[in-house]
Structures are given as C-alpha cells and as structure tokens.
Design a protein around this ligand. Structure first.
Ligand SMILES: Cc1cc2nc3c(=O)[nH]c(=O)nc-3n(C[C@H](O)[C@H](O)[C@H](O)COP(=O)(O)OP(=O)(O)OC[C@H]3O[C@@H](n4cnc5c(N)ncnc54)[C@H](O)[C@@H]3O)c2cc1C
Length: 376
C-alpha cells in the first residue's frame, strides 16, 4: 500500500470531488462531439492545478511529480481526454517554462497560463520526425531581432486553441542543434493547418501546425540556443511519469465498472462475478493495477528526490500503458455485447488507453531507453 501524507489525501479528495462534478458528466459527450471541456479546464485554475509544479511567486502551488501524478490519476479516472489536455498544459508547457525559461519569460507567460486565461501546448513532433525527435526539420533562422520559423508540427495536443506554444526547432547543422521558442498564436506566419480526427482521446483536440516565416522575437528564445536536447529529455521523463497517472486512472475506472457490472449481471441464474473465469480476469486487472501504482509512485518519489535516469519515466509509461489497454479490453470482455456498445463507457476507455502506448514515446521507444540504460 502507498502511504500518503494528509496533504496528499486532501489533494486527492478535492480533485476527486471536482472530477466527479465537472469531468465525468461530460466525458461521453466530448468524446462523441470531438470537442473539449473548456469550462472544467479553466475551473482547474481555482484549485491551483494549472500551475501544480510552479512556485508561488508565479502563481503556482509548488508541488512535485508525485502530486502531479496523483492529480492525473484522479482526473483520468473520470475523463482521460480532459486529463491529456491538462497534462499538455500543466506539464508540457507550464512546468517546462518554469524549469527552463528566464525569470522575465516566466513573469510574462506563467501567471496567465496558471490563471487559465491562456492555454498552452508543446510542439515537438513533425510529420517526418516522431520517435526520432532529433530528426526534426523545422528550422529557425535569426534575422535581425527576430527568428523566422519554417516547417510543420503534428499531433499537437491543445494545438488548435492554444494561446502559447513551446516549439522546438533546428538552429544549427549538428543533429543536437535544437532550440526552444515561445510562440504566441497571433505571431505572423503561425497557422493551425488541420484539426486531426482520432480513434480515442477525442475530447482532447489534436492539431497540425504550420510555420511559414513565423516571426518570433529574439527574447522568446528559451536558453542560449542549440542547447535544448537536455531539457527536452528531462521534460519527457517528467511527462512519462505523470502521464502514467492517466493510465492508472483509466485502468481503475475499467476495474470499477466491470466489477460492479459483474456483480449485477446474471446469466445461467448466477451473477457473472461468481464465474471463476470472470474472477480471474478481475483479479489479474486488480493485481496489475496495484503493481503499476507501486512502480509509478516509487518513480515519482525518486524523481522528486532529484533522481533523473530516463528509465524512470520509461518503465512507468511502458508498464502502465500496456496495463491500461489490457484493462480496457478486459472490461469490454466482461461486459460482453454491452461492452462493445457506445452507450457503455468501457469501449471509450479502451480507445483512450491505446494512446498511452503511442503518445510521449511509443512502447518500443520505452523499451529502447530501458535497454540502453542496462548497458550503460
Ligand atoms: C493523440 C496524440 C497526442 C500527441 N500529443 C503530442 C504533443 O502534444 N506534442 C508533441 O510534440 N507530440 C505529440 N504526439 C506525438 C507522439 O509523441 C508521437 O506520435 C510518438 O512519439 C510516435 O511518433 P510517430 O507517431 O511519428 O511514430 P513513428 O516514430 O513513425 O513510429 C511508428 C512505429 O515504429 C516504431 N519505431 C520507431 N522507431 C523505432 C525503433 N528505433 N525501434 C523499434 N521500433 C520503432 C514505433 O514504436 C511505432 O510502433 C501526440 C501523438 C498522439 C497520437
């Protein structure tokens, strides 16, 4: 069992109550309509969630990866889509700025992102560079006091409505000459080129973005230039730990729903829960979930203590992503025909869970990272 502090328990209870009231009732609707739960998203600011890892000076509540993951799990249990958008905002954008931006950049961007006035997104992936992120071809060239960005980014969570985007671009000849820029949606040359349709996570809009001589003032370069690979990797580690919370939340929702259903549904004059093959499936789900939770929260605590091996996030994400997809498939099987129907939520949970095996690095890439560290 994981031991939580009284503050962590209070955080979990508060977020749970919020999620039940604001996220759960809209989860099916935003999936169906492929839109996002904007009102709930902005209300998260009132709980301090939009700047969960940021110091009070910039409007945040300064908690660690453990609390951020606990929030992801609790929100993800109610609505995985909204939680994915929340992750792109609070971790990929806000935490990224807090860790890497200058004091002036933080003062300019963080308060509005944390109050919910602005929405954030992070753009690394390109049509030709996904797993091989360092193969990106979007270029930034210095012209006077501006950088001109040219290229395109794809699969960007929140991309279609973000006010502020963290964009990675190539600034030199070497593979690792990558720099980070803060782009505002109104900068000339920036355009949302396509809203993408997906299999799952439909309540978390995803977009393709285009940069055509996009003008970015030089003061919006984060860092010294050509130095972004290290902080990109560190952000990915944090992202992979916290996104694992969403997988835990989905798997718990699948287990809760199928346990209840199996207790109520009768066949052959007996509740499904009395059939040993159903019990086996439920017992396996519960055990995998407990193992995933133990792994994720021990990794988040290690991260909070300053440990940074890339396998920390990779192991969490690999284990929990596979586990969540399996929990979705198991829940569908336990519900039988009803599980396959759109009016029941478990098929949505399974579609949402599958993204966990792809976004923030695929299962295969997680295995590469883990194996690479074994040979270090
Ligand atoms: C819904 C959604 C939201 C996303 N949000 C964001 C976002 O906000 N910002 C952002 O920048 N990106 C985002 N992404 C992009 C995501 O991180 C990439 O999709 C992911 O890294 C995989 O890249 P790819 O899709 O190009 O697949 P590819 O790299 O083309 O991989 C295709 C297949 O080949 C396998 N493969 C690739 N290389 C190897 C290898 N060396 N060894 C073995 N197998 C390999 C992969 O595992 C995969 O199975 C999002 C993606 C999705 C689907």
């Amino acid at each position: 069992m994981i031991e939580w502090t009284s503050e962590q328990k209070l955080l979990q209870r508060t977020v749970h109550d919020f999620a039940q009231k604001e996220l759960l009732p809209k989860a099916a609707e935003i999936d169906e309509k492929e839109t996002w739960n904007e009102s709930a998203f902005r209300k998260m600011a009132d709980l301090g969630l939009l700047g969960i890892t940021v110091s009070e000076e910039f409007g945040g509540i300064h908690l660690g990866a453990t609390e951020a993951t606990l929030v992801m799990e609790t929100l993800g249990h109610a609505c995985a889509s909204t939680t994915l958008s929340y992750l792109a905002h609070s971790i990929l954008t806000v935490n990224n700025l807090f860790v890497n931006a200058s004091a002036e950049q933080k003062r300019k961007y963080l308060p509005k992102l944390i109050s919910g006035e602005w929405i954030g997104a992070m753009a690394m992936t390109e049509p030709g560079a996904g797993s091989d992120a360092l193969g990106m071809t979007t270029k930034a060239e210095k012209k006077g006091t501006k950088y001109l960005l040219n290229g395109s980014k794809t699969y960007i969570t929140n991309g279609s409505y973000a006010d502020v985007l963290i964009v990675y671009a190539r600034t030199g000849q070497n593979k690792k000459d990558i720099s980070t820029f803060i782009v505002e949606k109104n900068f000339p040359g920036f355009r949302v080129s396509k809203k993408l349709q997906k299999m799952g996570m439909k309540g978390s809009p995803t977009a393709e973005l285009s940069f055509d001589n996009c003008e970015v003032p030089e003061e919006n370069l984060i860092g010294a230039g050509n130095d972004s690979v290290a902080h990109m990797m560190n952000n990915l580690n944090m992202e992979r730990i916290t996104i694992s919370g969403i997988s835990l939340g989905i798997a718990q929702a699948c287990l809760d729903y199928s346990t209840r259903y199996a207790g109520e549904r009768t066949q052959f004059g007996t509740p499904l829960s009395q059939f040993q093959m159903i019990q086996e499936r439920l017992a396996e789900m519960a055990t995998q979930l407990a193992a995933g939770r133990a792994l994720v929260y021990s990794a988040s605590r290690a991260f909070d203590k300053g440990q940074r091996p890339m396998s920390l996030g990779a192991q969490c994400k690999l284990f929990t992503a596979k586990m969540a997809t399996q929990a979705g498939l198991d829940a569908i099987q336990i519900l039988g025909g009803y599980g396959y129907m759109r009016e029941y939520p478990v098929e949505r949970m399974m579609r949402d869970a599958k993204l966990m095996e792809i976004g923030a690095g695929t299962n295969e890439v997680m295995r590469l990272i883990i194996a690479r560290e074994l040979y270090k």
